[in-house]
Design a protein around this ligand. Structure first.
Ligand code: SAH
Ligand code: SF4
Length: 370
């Protein structure tokens, strides 16, 4: 079977070329054709020796996951659905804003971590995406977004905030991140690529060593008791360990800050006391907060906090000296908003059926003044 060149970053492509008896500069040329110029046809790679083009045609391919759908929201958000085989599909969302364009990329088909307010988590886990499937989302989106303006770059930022937990797919994630930063590929600066994690502490340390891009941490609760229920991975890596990992991360990414994501759940994590507890929790971590209005999905069992509550919550954090932004919900008319990405995943765990029969939210509200 042909080797998919989308699976390689610069280093592994050079090594593969060496195995084929080809020089490193040839690997660099091919890398540029594929990622910088978005070319998937070896015949169009005009400065390659003909013999190399012929060789590549027989042993290699540039094979992104096929596009299943491409939807445009009224607000300009665009959602792509890619077929990753065996009945699984993953979503990628492009969010245009004044002066920048952000691509939200998926890392897994489904997610094993089962956060109670997340529609991806609710579907169960199917498998890790390969490097080709991760970087292929950027490759495809670049091509589809610039169909009317070839060569134009509309994606200025990448956030690993689509389906799945990126740090649970570490080995396939790192080459994809390296390609995003590589000047011969996408050439994005370290601060324009963000990995969002629910808090897998050992992998945060590994990311700091391997590729210290911007880090977003899905916090969602100020205490272990509440976080254990909302983000179950907290039982393994509780808040004190998570905060320490954030501090260690910033040693590798000086002058940076951690972005804490906080989904606003009505009567669950949105009280004044919760906001004050957060100020205390993050006191030693240079950070900013991104409050995310909860995006509903069928049978979630949660409601979004009221606008007034979100304003008050943000005001307490601001008064405490933090930088706070409230995320605008984008693309909800095409189910492209945070936590609504469902793709299409064969749920081998039958979690969806379970969730439909068991009430999801039966927390006591202790610790939160509802
Ligand atoms: N698995 C990673 C990244 C993907 S989720 C993580 O958890 O960080 C991206 C963000 O959307 C996370 O902060 C996640 O908690 C949040 N999210 C999940 N479901 C949501 C929902 N229904 N409404 C709003 N945000 C949600
Ligand atoms: Fe997975 Fe992130 Fe959803 Fe939690 S919020 S279930 S880690 S995708």
């Amino acid at each position: 079977m042909a080797v998919n060149l989308l699976d390689f970053d610069a280093e592994s492509l050079t090594a593969w070329f060496a195995q084929q008896g080809e020089k490193p500069f040839r690997a660099r040329q091919v890398l540029r054709w594929i990622h910088r110029f978005g070319e998937g046809d070896f015949n169009a790679m005009s400065d390659l020796a003909r013999s190399l083009r012929e060789k590549l045609l027989t042993i290699a391919a540039v094979s992104p996951a096929p596009t299943l759908s491409d939807k445009l929201s009224a607000d300009g958000t665009r959602k792509f659905l890619f077929d990753v085989g065996n009945g699984n599909a993953v979503e990628t969302v492009f969010i245009p804003e004044e002066g920048r364009g952000t691509l939200c990329v998926s890392s897994q088909a489904g997610c094993a971590l089962d956060c109670t307010f997340c529609s991806t988590g609710r579907q169960g886990f199917n498998r890790n995406l390969t490097t080709a499937e991760i970087i292929g989302q950027l490759w495809q989106a670049n091509r589809l977004l610039s169909i009317n303006a070839p060569g134009e770059r509309v994606i200025s930022n990448v956030v690993m905030m689509g389906m799945g937990e990126p740090l649970a797919n570490f080995d396939h994630l790192i080459p994809a991140l390296r390609l995003m930063l590589d000047d011969n590929a996408y050439g994005l600066s370290r601060r324009r690529v963000t990995v969002s994690t629910s808090g897998i502490v050992p992998a945060i340390d590994r990311l700091a060593e391997a590729c210290p891009v911007a880090l977003a941490v899905s916090l969602h609760a100020p205490t272990d008791g509440l976080r254990d229920r909302l983000v179950p991975i907290n039982r393994k890596y509780p808040l004190a360990e998570l905060m320490a990992a954030c501090q260690r991360y910033l040693v590798h990414a000086p002058r940076d800050f951690i972005t804490f994501e906080y989904v606003m759940l009505d009567g669950v994590n949105d009280s004044d006391a919760d906001a004050r507890a957060l100020l205390h929790l993050v006191r030693d971590v240079p950070c900013k907060f991104n409050l995310i209005p909860f995006n509903p999905f069928p049978a979630s069992g949660f409601r979004c906090s009221t606008a007034e509550r979100m304003r008050r919550f943000a005001a307490i954090l601001l008064e405490g000296g933090l930088v706070v932004t409230t995320r605008k919900t984008r693309g909800d008319d095409i189910d492209a908003a945070c936590g609504q990405l469902a793709g299409q995943v064969l749920d081998r765990s039958r979690r969806v059926q379970r969730a439909a029969t068991i009430p999801v939210r039966n927390f006591s509200m202790s610790g939160t003044a509802a």
